[in-house]
Design a protein around this ligand. Structure first.
Ligand code: ADP
Length: 473
């Protein structure tokens, strides 16, 4: 074989197009076909030559009517182009696009059909993927002239043939986009810009990502309408601001109300004492009991007001710093006063105490409240033990889980969430003194440190209060 024969042989065996010749009358009988048909459809050249209708039969049944029409076009016009699906020997289909010519002899009588087809499956798949993308896609050159566009939703580029960014958009937006195009072309790095465009009587927000195309002298842009996201984000941040403001004014209200409630309370307590002092001798035992009731009631109320004030001040705590967990535990132990300090408590402390990031005074307060509860709600028949343990938070490597476990009276786990609410108690004040605010303060302090708090218990089995705190990095 000479060089050009070899080149043709190579082309027919390995090239992208399958060539054939056939008899001119329908149904055509294939008379020769290039060897690459085997790689494309799986049929050997010989099997096609042996079986005249093999290729026609492999056309997808839904495409046959259209294919017959194209045969007629060929017969009348002398040429035709055609797109159809052909079944491979493995049963799958490829999409092929072919071009056919009718050759005539000197007298004009049909002599043969010649033609070729190429596999368009991948191209068609890319087109289908592209058209399924809910964004607008376009390609522009360095001057901002459109070379390709595909639109979706509200950004209308449908009249953009032969136009440039500046013909289609307000000048400031076009300048911004053209700048991004040129940056993408110069740096070869993806550029992202956000902008707003008028749309009817409203405005819509867009995000454009520019990348460079294969030939490197045009930029491909994907434009996404982000209006819904922007509006959603705006609504969320407004809601957050509203909630924060509401929270601040609620805290101020609690603070002022607690302050102002003190005054009449001191008055009531004062008059009860006066009554006792001046008229004590002339009052009977029942009256003394009543006065004692008033005094006790005012003391309880004073304690509640103090705790409410403490609760309202949590968010105005000190700045966060770093400190070893052990220092907060020690400080809390030392601060146990009154009957709490006289009770024998066995503390089991963690071997190592990690460095935390937080408000040391408030973390001390957390331990103080939990320790005093462990002592207050102790079992009548056992000495108190309080064990403090720590472990890393599996859900967040920056947080530490701290647990305080006692051997006290415990509680029904169905109350495990409720007891963190303000004034939520499981006993009367006669059974156990208290205001029902201690755990609410614990929760608020932990949440100020971006942590969570929870409790587990069973009646008579002791309780465990766990919370997470940030580790110093
Ligand atoms: P207070 O102790 O003043 O009632 P808290 O907010 O500290 O208020 O606790 C709320 C309730 O949770 C308590 O009334 C008690 O019923 C229950 N509780 C708290 N800590 C323990 C504990 N260590 N063991 C058993 N019950 C507890």
């Amino acid at each position: 074989m000479n060089v050009s024969d070899r080149a043709l042989d190579f082309f027919f065996r390995e090239g992208p197009a399958v060539f054939f010749t056939a008899t001119p009358d329908f149904p055509w009988v294939i008379q020769s076909i290039s060897g690459n048909v085997e790689a494309q459809l799986g049929y050997s050249v010989q099997s096609i030559l042996n079986s005249p209708t093999l290729l026609w039969d492999s056309i997808h049944p839904e495409d046959r009517e259209q294919s017959t029409k194209h045969v007629h076009i060929l017969e009348t016009k002398g040429s035709s182009e055609h797109l159809c699906r052909m079944r491979k020997t493995d049963g799958t289909y490829v999409l092929v696009q072919g071009e056919f010519r009718l050759l005539r002899d000197d007298k004009g009588a049909p002599e043969a059909v010649i033609g070729y087809w190429t596999d368009r499956t991948e191209r068609e798949r890319s087109r289908a993927i592209l058209s399924a993308i809910p964004d607008s896609i376009f390609e522009v050159d360095r001057e901002g002239r459109f070379t390709f566009y595909q639109t979706h939703r509200s950004l209308d580029l449908s009249r953009s043939t032969g136009m440039s960014l500046h013909d289609m958009m307000p000048k400031d937006v076009a300048d911004l986009l053209l700048n991004a195009v040129q940056r993408a072309l110069n740096t070869k790095e993806t550029q992202t810009v956000k902008y707003v465009m008028p749309h009817g009587k409203t405005w819509r927000h867009y995000q454009a990502n520019f990348g460079t195309s294969l030939s490197q002298d045009t930029a491909v842009a994907i434009i996404r309408d982000i209006t819904d996201d922007v509006l959603h984000e705006k609504a969320l941040s407004e809601q957050k601001r509203f909630l924060e403001e509401a929270n601040v004014s609620l805290e101020q209200f609690v603070y002022i109300a607690s302050h102002d409630l003190r005054e009449p309370l001191i008055g009531v307590a004062g008059y009860a004492t006066l009554l006792q002092k001046r008229y004590g001798t002339s009052l009977d035992e029942t009256a003394h009991r009543f006065i004692e009731g008033i005094t006790q009631g005012t003391r309880n109320m004073e304690a509640k007001i103090d705790d409410l004030l403490a609760l309202s001040r949590v968010n105005r705590g000190n700045q966060m710093g770093s400190f070893p967990l052990g220092t907060a535990i020690d400080a809390a132990k030392r601060s146990l006063v009154g009957p709490l300090s006289t009770c024998a408590v066995e503390f089991k402390l963690p071997g190592v105490t990690p460095l935390l990031k937080g408000d040391r005074g408030q973390v001390t307060q957390v331990f103080q409240n939990l320790f005093s509860n462990s002592i207050k709600y102790r079992s009548p028949d056992k000495p108190v033990t309080i064990e403090i343990s720590t472990k890393p938070d599996p859900q967040n490597p920056h947080m530490l889980i701290v647990s305080v476990t006692d051997n006290g009276i415990g509680f029904d786990p169905k109350h495990a969430e409720r007891i963190f609410g303000v004034f939520q108690r499981l006993y009367t004040i006669q059974q156990y003194p208290g205001t029902g605010i201690g755990l609410a303060i614990v929760k608020k302090i932990v949440e100020r440190h971006n942590g969570k708090v929870w409790a587990t218990s069973q009646p008579g089995q002791g309780s465990t209060f766990s919370f997470t705190l940030p580790l110093a990095s």
